[in-house]
Write a protein that binds this ligand. Sequence first.
Ligand code: GTP
Ligand code: MG
Length: 335
Amino acid sequence: RNYRSRTECRGDIQRLNASFLAIYESLIPPEEEKEKQKQLMALLDKHVTKEWPEARLFLYGSCANSFGFRKSDIDVCLAMGDADIDKAQILLKLADILKSDNLENVQALTRARVPIVKLMDPTTGISCDICVNNLLAVINTKLLRDYSKIDVRLRQLAFIIKHWAKSRGVNETYQGTLSSYAYVLMCIHFLQMRTPSILPCLQEMETTYKINVDNVECCYFDKVEKLEGFGSRNSESIAQLVWAFFNYWAHSHDYANDVISIRTGSLVSKRAKDWTRRIGNDRHLICIEDPFEVSHDLGRVVDKRSIRVLREEFERAAEIMQYDPNPCVKLFEPY
Ligand code: GTP
Ligand code: MG
C-alpha cells in the first residue's frame, strides 16, 4: 500500500470521473444500431403475424432495458396469448418459417432451460434469441428501463459494473457468478440506499402501471418523467459511486443475514424469506430478490466456490479504487 489514499486528492477523483465517463460513452450503442434492431424486428414480425395473427413480439433484456452495450445480440419474446401451448412445437414451427427467409444459423434449442430459436440476420449483422411467453422478463425489462430514466448515474454505474464483471469473468451464470440482470438490480438497490437517495422505490409508490403475468401481480409507479431531478440532492460523482459500490460488496454487505430488494428499496432479512439454508440447489450465499418473482433469488447460481471468487473480486476492485494511481487500467484488466 504505497499509494496515497484517494480521499486525500480531489484532482484524482475528477480525473477518474472523466475516465469512467469516457468508458461509459464508448460502450453506448450508436443510433444506427437501434435502427438495425428495428429493421430485424419488423422482418420477424412480418413472419410471425402471418402464421399467428394474434401473437406479438417484444424486445427484452439488455437491448431494451437501456443497459445494453454496443454490438449486443438481441433478446426477443414471442407472446402467444394462450398460456397452454406446447413451446417446443411453436419454436420448431418458427424455426421452419424463418429458415425459408434470408436468415442464417436458424436453430431451435427446445431442450434449453429457456427454450429458444437462435438466428443471425446477415443484412443487419445482428444475432437474436427468440423465446416464447417469457412475459415477466418483458415486464422487468420495462422496470429497469424506467429506473434508468430517473437519474443518469444509474446507467453510468451499471455500465461500469457490467464492463468490470465481463472483463473479470464474473458475469457467467453457468460458472456460478452473476447475470447482467443481477448486477443491474445491485446497482438500483445501491442507489436507492444512498443518503440522500439517488433513486426512489417505484414499487412502493402509487400504482400507475399494473399487469398480471403468470399469476404474479406486477405493479409500480411508471410515470417516471415526473421524477426528474429526484436524485439531485445527492451530488456524488460516478467515481465516488463506483468506489462506494465495491466497498459495500467488499466490506459492508452482511452476506449471512441480508437480502437486497429493489421491491422494498431496503434490505430484507434472509430469515424473513426463509433463505437461511440450502434448499435443493439454492444456497442463498448472496441474496438478490427478483422485483416481481419474490421467491426468486438471482444469487441462486452462486455456490461455495464462486462466492469466494466474487467476494475476492469485490475486494480487489475496492482496493484498486482506494490505492491505485490509475484504477481504470487494473480494474478492467482481463482475468
Ligand atoms: P447482457 O446480454 O449481458 O448485456 O445483459 P442482459 O441484460 O441481456 O442480461 P441477461 O442476459 O442476464 O438477461 C436477459 C433478460 O432476461 C434480463 O434483462 C431479464 O429481463 C431476464 N432475466 C434474466 N435472468 C432472469 C431471472 O433469473 N429471472 C427473471 N425473471 N428474468 C431474468
Ligand atoms: Mg442478453
